[in-house]
Write a protein that binds this ligand. Sequence first.
Ligand SMILES: N[C@@H](CCC(=O)N[C@@H](CS)C(=O)NCC(=O)O)C(=O)O
Length: 209
Amino acid sequence: MKLLYQTHSPYARKVLVAAHELGMQHRIEVIHHETSPTRRNDEVFALNPLGKVPVLIVDDGPALFDSNVICEYLDSLHAGAKLIPHEPAAHFHALRRQALAQGMADAGIAARWEAERRPVASRWPPMLQGQLDKIAAACDFLEREIGDAPSTATLPDVGDIALATALSWIAFRDVYPFADGRPRLSAWYARFSQRPSMRATTLAGNTRD
Ligand SMILES: N[C@@H](CCC(=O)N[C@@H](CS)C(=O)NCC(=O)O)C(=O)O
């Protein structure tokens, strides 16, 4: 399988962390691509009409996007413990946390457009604040409900992976100080970040718009 990847994408990293956690990283060739809505990447568009990474090129079917779909696909390839558990309570806990984490990453990227990426004359401070408010509210919500991060001997679920990779990107881009005043969330993140899957996939690089 081939993974169209970007070293500074929270969503692409989420897929690669999932692959590491499942022990599938050696079955995936990582191919680096730069993507931005302002710089068309024809090779990515040829596989994903949204022009976004991650995209997974599989051996026996159409290319898959986005990160949620790719994680579910990887999870279908093995018979062991699942990233998306079957048991209903655990299943919806994982998917709900994934939805929250995806929304945090989406809001972070939208905030970064307003803070850095748009030409200065086109930036709109109320939009920046609105996106930061979403991240803050999500972090407060997590501070209330989060427990201990799973031990390295336990497979994390897809929600945990999505959350850790979203938070790592928010920290990497200095979008929002999520750890300040949130001891439970910051302890969770610090522990999760020690996993070999996270250490093997650190974020790097800059977006070119
Ligand atoms: N919901 C998608 C989001 C993917 C996404 O936004 N990827 C970014 C990289 S961080 C991208 O390729 N952006 C290019 C663009 O917006 O045109 C997923 O979970 O995979």
